[in-house]
Design a protein around this ligand. Sequence first.
Ligand code: NDP
Ligand code: MG
Length: 380
Amino acid sequence: MKKLGILGSTGSIGTQALEVARENPELVVTALAAGSNVDLMEKQIREFHPRMAVMWNEKAASDLKNRVADLDIRIGCGMEGLLEIAASDQVEVLLTAVVGMIGIRPTIAAIESGKTIALANKETLVTAGHIIMPLAKRCQVPILPVDSEHSAIFQSLNGEPKERIEKILLTASGGPFRGKTRQELLDIRVEDALKHPNWAMGRKITIDSSTLVNKGLEVIEARWLFDVLPEQIQVVVHPQSIIHSMVQYVDGGIMAQLGVPDMKLPIQYALFYPDRRPMGGRRVDFFALGQLTFEEPDIEAFPGLRLAYQALREGGSMPTVYNAANEKAVSLFLDRKISYLQIPELIEASMQNHKKIDNPNVEQILQTEAEVYEYILTEV
Ligand code: NDP
Ligand code: MG
């Protein structure tokens, strides 16, 4: 039996994790948290009977409390609630599947209290990897990647020491606008950018996939998870999304993990690691596929990827600026307040405007985020 807590249970990753739990009764769901979706949270509570549930939004929490008054469950709210789940002795594995930097503090609290972390919330590692990874090492807590590429790298590494890695080949679908020129991206609308060719995901990450900022965040995430240099991470566009990523070793040999694009596999792998459990569903049919193809990423049309490498090389608070500027720009784009190409433009402007802090602590990271948000609002 494994006691599972999920931060972000009503989202794309969260609901798929609950599907995994539904199929694996050894996973006992003990704590759930979400933002404001009370309807779905109530359904999840009635099906999985967690001991605790948290809504970020205060009104949502009090609404939820009334709706489940017939059940023996503790309802919490806000950051206090997330931290309570993170530290609870009712949780052994914590799946961090909220969007954005809100995940930093609960992840730190969970590591400090010895929980295994199944990490989907990449923004946490991008901005606070220099805090999270050494802390996890000190507390002897495993950080198990849920992001499909990082899960693939983790599976391809299979315990090999990092000295044997020559480079990591991080695959990218290229998103819905692969092959388009900068000129052709000028009047992309929200509806166009929300259509991903291979994966069904939350809104923010779907936009990030179309701009290649998601790949940029994943480059930074890989740097922290696998302790490699920026020049050891190469992005390879692979439109079929069958190879989920690869590791090239010092002898030139390459190990890859393949499968149909389905997040349930990396989620289940992280939740049961080191065990590999059976899972139904579709299988790769190589004859139907015919061919797998590869391309170089187009950093002229998609500068978001180039800027991620720049932020990673500059280090300190720069990846936070990259991430925060993107978060704000994407939310403005989704609200139809800015154009598609303004997303990378605002990231670049925010990075140029920022005075880097070396080795920022959590307060400085959150302060940097707030400053970037403010800067962007004065720019648009
Ligand atoms: P979604 O937008 O689908 O879901 C986000 C979840 O977080 C929802 O449950 C939402 O609740 C909850 N949430 C939002 N804000 C808060 C808050 N302040 N406090 C508590 N809960 C909150 O996102 P995804 O599932 O797509 O992504 C989650 C994370 O996983 C992201 O970091 C993403 O980059 C990463 N990821 C996602 C992949 C995917 O396939 N979706 C693949 C790889 C990584 P509510 O519904 O109430 O708003
Ligand atoms: Mg990914």
